[in-house]
Structure formats: C-alpha cells, structure tokens
Design a protein around this ligand. Structure first.
Ligand code: FES
Length: 141
C-alpha cells in the first residue's frame, strides 16, 4: 500500500470532529526543480504541484470556467504595457502564470486568481516540504 493510500484511509477512518488535515506525500522535492510541475493524485482529487522559483504551490486540477484540467496547461508570464513600463511592452512574472489548456484563461499560480475575470479563482491546497518530501493536504493553502 502506498503512503498516499495509507493517508487516504487514515483520513476516512477518523471521525469528522477529530479530523486534522491529512498530508499526502507526493514525491521528493528533487523531482520538482524550479519551473517544474506535476499532476498528482491526492485522495480523491487531482492536484497540480508547481515549483515557482523555489516555492511550492498546489492547486486542484479543475478550472472554474468549464471544469477543464487547468494544471495540464503551460506556464508562462505576463505581458504588460502601461505607465509603469513607460508604455513599452514588458514581459514579467515568467513561470508564475498558468494557462488553462481548454480556453486559455490565465491564472496566477501564487494566489490562484484569474488575471481576468478577477473573481474567478483556482482552489489552492496546503503544500510543504518535510525532510525532502513534498506533502500536500486538501483544504485551502
Ligand atoms: S475550462 Fe479553463 S478556460 Fe475554459
């Protein structure tokens, strides 16, 4: 039985009132170098785990637009042209913007918010590294 299955069973056995968030091991941190991401199974959910410049972020793999597999999309940056950039095109935030593969909505990997419309948001999970192991728990992160 895998560590992930054991964690899922422990979560199911505990009475609801006694439940604390269960941490699911999803791999070694070395498997997620900066800029890399993987979709992993966490209990009953698919979760995208992203290493953004050395910080880990985990998001449920469901797009709030039409439920597409958002974490399977490419990661890029943001083009801006405004007063801050002296009205010149400027590429920024490379590696921080996730693009849904179905219709192209862009999401901030750090906050989960859609770049437009802003009220749309991905669900984040808690993620941490313990002794070199990446652990994800369902619940807001
Ligand atoms: S399902 Fe993600 S943009 Fe439409």
């Amino acid at each position: 039985m895998s560590n992930n299955q054991e964690a899922a069973e422990a979560e199911t056995r505990a009475p609801r009132s006694a439940r604390t968030p269960v941490e699911y091991p999803v791999g070694r941190a070395s498997e997620f170098p900066p800029g890399a991401h993987k979709i992993v199974q966490v209990g009953t959910q698919e979760v995208g785990v992203f290493n953004v410049n050395g910080d880990f972020h985990a998001l449920i793999n469901v797009c709030p637009h039409q439920y597409g597999p958002v974490c399977a999309g490419p990661v890029g940056g943001e083009m801006s042209c405004n007063a801050k950039t002296d009205w010149k095109f400027h590429w920024s935030r490379d590696g921080e913007i996730l693009i849904c593969p179905w219709h192209g909505l862009e999401f901030d990997l750090i906050t989960g918010h859609c770049l437009a419309p802003k009220e749309m948001r991905l669900r984040k999970c808690k993620v941490k590294v313990v002794d070199g192991e990446v652990r994800v728990s369902l619940g807001s992160g």
